[in-house]
Write a protein that binds this ligand. Structure first.
Ligand SMILES: Cc1cc2nc3c(=O)[nH]c(=O)nc-3n(C[C@H](O)[C@H](O)[C@H](O)COP(=O)(O)OP(=O)(O)OC[C@H]3O[C@@H](n4cnc5c(N)ncnc54)[C@H](O)[C@@H]3O)c2cc1C
Length: 167
């Protein structure tokens, strides 16, 4: 019998946990995890604390590398790879990655794409000095701007826990 193919879309908290759990449940499954971003399993919770200097090593935010994930869980990780379309009848997902577009076949599909901050449709919301904070690249952009020393004042839009931590 062919091994079961488990395909996971999204590689942060939900996707990475699902991959690790799937491996614990099956020694033989072929598990593949794709994420459209450049990192797998990073600690979003630490992003504000890296910007404040409380966390000093950027590498402390990157909980696992693709190699570490593959070595420990035998999960194939494909980064910078975006899921574009699900063909449920054919049990396959169309993805676009560094090598172009391809269809990936699955027996079980796990969707773990998470969410994104709401950027309100306000004038100026897309200007280069307006930032969102959800991923490591978001944090890097904000830190580059802070390092340039141009910021004199700041407005945090959104008073949830992320906004409060940033303030
Ligand atoms: C700054 C910050 C601080 C936080 N602090 C805390 C905290 O202290 N405590 C707490 O409990 N929670 C905290 N959270 C929330 C927590 O990080 C989220 O609840 C958690 O990341 C959700 O995980 P997720 O895997 O569901 O989704 P996400 O983290 O959103 O990850 C989804 C992944 O899916 C990928 N993806 C999306 N669409 C596609 C596609 N079509 N193809 C391929 N990949 C795709 C994305 O690139 C992303 O990497 C914080 C979040 C942030 C941003």
């Amino acid at each position: 019998m062919n091994p079961q193919r488990i395909l996971i879309i999204g590689g942060v908290a939900a996707g990475a946990t699902a991959a690790a759990r799937a491996r614990r449940l099956s020694e033989t499954a072929e598990i593949t995890l794709v994420d459209r971003g450049p990192y797998v399993s990073f600690a979003n919770c630490g992003l504000p604390y890296f910007l404040s200097g409380d966390i000093q090593k950027r590498s402390a935010l990157l909980l696992r590398t693709p190699e570490g994930f593959e070595g420990r869980y035998r999960v194939q990780v494909r980064l910078d790879t975006e899921a574009l379309e699900i063909d449920r009848e054919g049990k396959r997902v169309r993805v676009r990655g560094p090598e172009g577009e391809a269809w990936m076949a699955y027996d079980k599909l796990i969707l773990a794409q998470g969410s994104n901050p709401i950027v309100p449709p306000l004038p100026g919301a897309t200007l280069p000095h307006a930032f969102k904070l959800w991923t490591v690249p978001d944090m890097d952009r904000l830190q580059r701007f802070l390092n340039e020393g141009q910021a004199k004042t700041a407005v945090v839009a959104g008073g949830g826990f992320i906004g409060l931590e940033m303030a």
